[in-house]
Design a protein around this ligand. Structure first.
Ligand SMILES: Cc1ncc(COP(=O)(O)O)c(C=O)c1O
Length: 386
């Protein structure tokens, strides 16, 4: 982008909302449980460094990311927290990860063998052993556990800093029996690890849903993503939370997504709008052209469904979402002009579009809606205390 180009579309990141969410989540955590904010996937679309810098100084030991690339973005951005890599680190990158001082999740024998070679007593590998408790994604089974523990013992270059697992069915349901089943499996494997006398500092299994719902799963670390950004993991999590008698409205969405009108035009009754002629005007219309498309993360499934907000009113989407443009009907919205502000997610006057609304229109979940907002778009921090 040329140095002086105006942003056509931008994401606003509300620092005050983030702060409120951090306080609300912390107040839900069991005593002694630290929170590790998860900033993978461009901080769920909010901007790696914008979020990590806002979290700086709020006394988090760890920030969680998915991979080494993300860890290096934070390190190059001079983020001082310890960084916990939650996803796979390729064998040939292990030396870099160890030398950079990152903590990372391990669950392969190959990884541990390689670490035995590349780490040393001065720069040990800081490992979090991931246990398989029911997600069948990453993790060491109960049967494999003794072999893994044997690999750690007597090797000061391999530090077993943490032991983790991840819930498979906690967001999508109000029936938490599978989560309890995983908890029980984890607790049994935890006992085996404790019996090995390896000095484990952190036990962690909770992400947002468990952090909000189940204090007995907190141990001493919770890896919190979506709730930090003011979004509930699901309707079911919200319902379970409310049914437990807890207070409403503890989370505030951090992100708004905005753009401006790029053109206004008249469309006559009977004329078509956009590719595929999927929308035909049933009356004379005034159309606003919005300079955003599926390249920017605005899902093509929003074609002819959903709306944006202009001047506090709903402007329905007409025709297909194109690569970088779509059209909305502004016939009944007064005072719309070239470069009027358009809200894709967020508030305009009394109207609000939530990430969950967009997710519903696009047949997906709020996680996907926010994390897919193009990383090329500007992130603007607002409401920051100086
Ligand atoms: C291993 C792990 N921990 C924590 C999280 C954070 O989850 P949530 O955003 O639901 O808090 C994720 C997200 O997918 C994850 O994969």
């Amino acid at each position: 982008m040329p140095m002086n180009a105006q942003s056509l579309s931008w994401v606003e990141v509300d620092a005050a909302a983030l702060e409120q969410n951090v306080a609300a989540i912390r107040s839900n955590l069991a005593p002694g449980c630290e929170m590790a904010p998860v900033v993978k996937a461009n901080a769920y679309g909010h901007g790696y460094l914008q979020i990590a810098r806002l979290l700086d100084g709020k006394q988090f030991r760890y920030i969680g990311v998915h991979n080494l690339e993300e860890a290096l973005i934070l390190r190059e951005g001079r983020i001082s927290n310890d960084i916990l890599i939650l996803g796979y680190v390729p064998l040939e990158d292990l030396k870099t990860a160890v030398e950079a001082g990152f903590d990372f999740v391990v669950y392969n024998i190959e990884t541990l063998r390689k670490l035995t070679e590349v780490a040393n007593n001065k720069t040990p590998a800081k490992c979090h052993l991931k246990l398989e408790t029911g997600a069948n994604r990453q993790g060491v089974t109960r049967e494999q556990l003794p072999d893994f523990l044997a690999l750690f013992s007597g090797k000061p270059q391999l530090q077993l800093v943490g032991v983790s697992t991840h819930f498979a069915n906690i967001e999508d349901t109000t029936d938490h029996s599978y989560a309890e089943f995983q908890f029980t499996r984890y607790a049994k494997m935890k006992q085996m690890i404790e019996a090995s006398r390896l000095p484990v500092k952190y036990y962690h299994m909770a992400s947002s849903a468990a952090a909000l719902l189940f204090p007995h799963t907190h141990f001493n670390l919770a890896r919190v993503g979506i709730a930090l950004y003011g979004l509930w993991p699901s309707k079911e999590t919200y319902l379970s939370y409310r049914l437990s008698g807890k207070q409403n409205q503890i989370l505030r969405p951090v992100l708004s997504w905005k753009t401006v009108v790029g053109q206004i035009k008249d469309v006559r009754k009977g004329q078509y709008i956009g590719y595929g002629t999927t929308y035909r005007a049933t009356a004379d219309l005034k159309i606003a052209v919005i300079p955003i498309g599926y390249y920017d993360g605005y899902d093509r499934q929003l074609s002819n469904s959903g709306h944006v907000l202009i001047n506090g009113m709903r402007a329905p989407i007409r025709g297909r979402i194109c690569m970088d443009i779509f059209m909305v009907d502004v016939t009944d919205i007064p005072d719309v002009h070239l470069e009027s502000e358009v809200v894709l997610i967020g508030r305009s006057g009394d109207e609000v579009i939530r990430a969950e609304d967009v997710a519903g229109w696009a047949n997906t979940i709020n996680y996907e809606v926010v994390s897919r907002i193009g990383s090329h778009l500007e992130r603007r921090v607002i409401n920051q205390r100086s």
